[in-house]
Design a protein around this ligand. Structure first.
Ligand SMILES: [Fe+2]
Length: 505
């Protein structure tokens, strides 16, 4: 892997921003966002679930001591649980057209001495600061077209920093998918500025699902979908760029996440291809329901060494763990669906409507060393499983347990359970938070000194629609069916978010 990266290659990659600029300069087919605003407001009067897609009440939130509802924090669990998600959807009577276009707000739940504090801050991206000053949205996004947009010079001009977080190098990075990470103070959550890993990488995409080895080494990628390629990043445990590589011939489309074994990185290009004629980035993605997905496997020690596979048509946001057996076969778990949520479901939510999307099914895939690939099994045909998590000490190794958010609520939006899948026996245990709750991602936190794979806790948030407040829940991962060991409740509802990270004390 090289730390050399030619200026020419960098400039070529920056041409990806041409897609953003092209998007902003087309002036036709603007979305009727005033009607989004009105539609959501009308729905919010009668549908409690819409609370999950209401903007945060203020750009900075703080609760020094969060109310304990039940239980107590288990001994040994001390640290900070960070989360990120879209939290500003409306300005000047307009409402964004797509959930993923809300500006990011990062949260820190600090667990110390048996108590919990909460702090939330909007990430002060360039986009956020300029739009605050103007009092209106200035730029289009993934699925939102703004009329009379401001000029755009690159992806960071539309960076919402709203997807995940990565504590590294004494800072907290707020991650997006199409542009730079944003650096935050990991205690105050104040925004420091955009992250530049190397001068020639300024403004390059850095995706929101980095993979971390046990020694703290971080792997990530940034997709240049317009030029069918991606940058692969290797970051040292202290947060310095340790290597980068330009991976070519990666079919276009939205690659949101990837997975990693001890020796390999695995990328799946979904059944999208990119067209230049559209007025949003999402509009540039053309869904081809009969086109196989393309799997690209590269060796971590020699990223030029690759092999490829085909998988049946589909699209996935997220992967579970991946590993390879002695024969060289690679196995991974994935929540696979189609384009319906990203193209329709996530837009309907912003209007306060529910679109019946195709469920994301939890599947296990095998890539044979000989060249064939197949979906070995599907755990659930009907119900959506999302936000897969596992004990990260087992990243890249054969692991037995996977935790997902699942069980669709009867209101037709979101999930109400956290589930534990025993991949060896097929057993599933679960905790159901009830019809009045929408459950968010739960992270697995290993018990300090623990050995067993499921010796630890799950920590995650849920939106309680009865109390109209966000809750922080802690469960014993070995006994999910017992319900939470501790539940805390904020004095406000936060908009539903995406991903988090844990930093132990
Ligand atoms: Fe994600």
């Amino acid at each position: 892997m090289s730390t050399e990266f030619s200026r020419r290659a960098a400039l070529q990659t920056l041409a990806a921003s041409g897609a953003v600029a092209a998007m902003a300069s087309t002036g036709v087919n603007a979305f009727a966002q005033t009607s989004n605003f009105d539609s959501y407001a009308a729905s919010a009067k009668k549908n409690p679930w819409t609370l999950g897609w209401r903007s945060a009440l203020a750009p900075d939130l703080s609760t020094p001591e969060v109310k304990l509802v039940s239980g107590k924090i288990p001994k040994g669990l001390s640290g900070t649980f960070y989360r990120n998600g879209p939290a500003l959807f409306e300005r000047d009577g307009l409402r964004v057209n797509h959930w993923f276009d809300g500006d990011g707000m990062v949260h820190a739940y600090n667990l110390d001495g048996g108590k919990v504090s909460h702090r939330g801050r909007m990430v002060r991206t360039g986009k956020y600061l300029r739009e605050e000053k103007a009092g209106r949205f200035l730029v289009s996004g993934l699925g939102t077209k703004i009329e009379n947009p401001a000029p755009i010079t690159g992806p960071d001009d539309v960076n919402a920093a709203n997807t995940s977080v990565l504590p590294i190098g004494g800072e907290l990075l707020a991650l997006w998918e199409g542009g730079s990470a944003y650096r935050l103070d990991d205690t105050t959550l104040e925004t420091i500025g955009s992250k530049t890993w190397a001068p020639q990488l300024k403004g390059m995409p850095f995706s929101a699902h980095p993979k971390i080895e046990n020694d703290g080494t971080v792997w990530n990628f940034g997709q240049d979908f317009f030029n069918n390629r991606m940058i692969i990043y290797k970051i040292s445990p202290k947060g310095k760029l340790a290597g980068m590589h330009l991976l070519k011939n990666v079919p276009g489309g939205m690659i949101h996440d990837f997975c990693m074994t001890e020796k390999h990185l695995i990328f799946v290009a979904p059944s999208f291809r990119v067209s230049q004629k559209a007025d949003t980035i999402l509009g540039m993605f053309k869904w081809l329901p009969n086109q196989n997905q393309r799997v690209i496997v590269v060796e971590k020690d020699n990223l030029d060494n690759r092999r490829e596979y085909d998988l049946p048509p589909g699209f996935q946001f997220h992967y579970g763990n991946a590993w390879e057996d002695k024969s060289g076969d690679i196995r991974f778990s994935v929540c696979v669906g189609d384009n319906s949520f990203v193209e329709k479901g996530a837009k309907a939510l912003m209007r306060g409507e529910i679109f019946d999307v195709t469920p994301a099914r939890l599947a296990h895939v095998v890539l044979r060393k000989g060249g064939s690939a197949k979906i070995e099994s599907i755990l659930s045909e009907r119900a959506t499983h999302e936000f897969p998590q596992f004990n990260n000490r087992f990243t890249g190794q054969n692991s037995r347990y996977l935790y997902t958010v699942g069980d669709q609520t009867k209101i037709g939006v979101g999930q109400m359970s956290i589930l534990k899948h025993d991949l060896k026996t097929g057993n599933i245990t679960a905790h159901n938070y009830g019809e009045h709750s929408i459950v968010e991602e739960h992270l697995f936190i290993p018990r300090p000194g623990g050995v067993r794979e499921d010796d630890g806790w799950l920590i995650g948030t849920s939106l309680n629609l009865k109390t109209k407040a966000t809750r922080l829940n802690i469960l014993n991962a070995a006994r999910l069916e017992d319900g939470p060991q501790a539940v805390f409740e904020l004095p406000y509802a936060l908009p539903l978010g995406f991903h988090g990270a844990w930093k132990g004390l």
